[in-house]
Design a protein around this ligand. Structure first.
Ligand code: NDP
Length: 311
């Protein structure tokens, strides 16, 4: 499959703050920003979607989606420059998702509940912060294992930016119980108290536990739980799973938001125990599709976007 759907346009080029300072293009632009960013497949996926819809919406033929490596300390300056250079939308990835909340002019409800943003939409004064990670996760779960979040028991591993978004979505969709496990106890407690404050009616259904490499035993998670890896373990092929193999029961489902070229230890252990699982490509696709819809106001070509991630 070609790496770009716009002839002559290089989706893989990584731009920098210096490029942004001298940006000449006046046409509508979009970008994903992070550090590192070279691995991101979002430009492939989003440019293909723009090109596919340009037939029915000719203005989209002038839009382009770029990738920028931006350090966290440069984020405020970069956002001002993006705004001035007609970047009508941005995606944010590590390490900007929490930091950017302080630099947007408005926060959508889902982003405020998550305390993190992954999608910015330009407004006359700056950017409005949205979070499509949580809703993207919910859509991915509906595909595989085919389960709605309503009434589900969720065991969420991790308390970082992605975990916050997933936790907020699970609670707002009415999950019956939410267990959150994390290695760092302070980060865990911060997330638990933020969630109990944002969702007071669900406070009794939120429980925390420590992930500590077998030193402290894991709690008895109900057997039908959907277990979600939202730690960064699994990014490297030899990473261990955040939970021991003995944790798994065949009645559980595994969803690993991490994705890569090989099966993670988390998904392998689940599979060996008879628990079905899926990796994070479906969430990546859906969070991108929902961002695309926020920017363009049009229905995203989800199957094409999925193909661009697989290739
Ligand atoms: P953060 O850096 O915000 O959070 C990382 C989390 O991983 C923390 O909870 C951290 O725990 C935990 N962690 C890191 N190393 C270990 C370890 N050795 N043992 C146990 N826990 C560990 O990252 P994000 O939340 O933004 O992203 C997490 C992962 O999710 C990344 O791999 C990212 O690529 C992926 N992701 C996938 C998406 C998708 O669409 N599929 C969307 C967003 C993210 P502690 O607090 O103890 O340090």
């Amino acid at each position: 499959m070609s790496t770009t759907s716009f002839p002559g346009f290089d989706c893989e080029h990584v731009f920098t703050l210096a490029d942004l300072e001298h940006w000449q293009r006046r046409e509508p632009s979009l970008a994903v920003i992070g550090q590192p960013i070279g691995h991101s497949r979002s430009p492939r996926m989003q440019n293909a979607a723009l090109a596919a819809l340009a037939g029915e919406a000719p203005e989209l033929a002038r839009w382009r989606y770029y990738k920028f490596e931006i350090a966290p300390q440069a984020l405020p300056q970069a956002l001002q420059l993006f705004h001035g250079h007609n970047f009508i939308g941005l995606n944010l990835t590590l390490p900007h998702k929490v930091l950017a909340c302080a630099h947007v002019t408005h926060l959508a409800a889902a982003a405020a509940a998550a305390g993190a943003v992954n999608t910015l939409v330009r407004n006359p004064d700056g950017y409005t912060g949205h979070n499509t990670d949580g809703p993207g996760f919910a859509r991915a779960l509906l595909e595989n294992p085919g389960a709605p979040l309503r009434d589900a028991t969720i065991a969420l591993l991790g308390a970082g930016g992605a975990a916050r978004a997933i936790a907020a979505t699970a609670l707002s969709e009415g999950c019956s119980a939410l267990w959150i496990g994390n290695r760092d106890s302070t980060r865990l407690e911060t997330l638990l108290s933020a969630l109990r404050k944002s969702f007071p009616e669900a406070a009794g259904r939120i429980r925390g536990f420590l992930l500590s490499a077998g030193i402290i035993p894991l709690p008895e998670i109900p057997t039908g739980a959907i277990v979600v890896n939202a730690t960064s373990l699994g990014l490297k092929p030899d990473d261990p799973s955040p939970v021991p193999a003995s944790f798994w029961r065949p009645e559980m489902c595994a969803y690993d938001i991490v994705y890569g070229s090989s099966e993670t230890a988390f998904l392998r252990d689940a599979r060996v125990a008879g628990a079905p699982g899926a990796d994070g490509r479906s969430m990546l696709c859906w969070q991108g599709a929902l961002a695309f819809e926020l920017w363009t106001g049009r229905k995203a070509p989800v199957e094409l976007m999925r193909q661009m991630l697989e290739g």
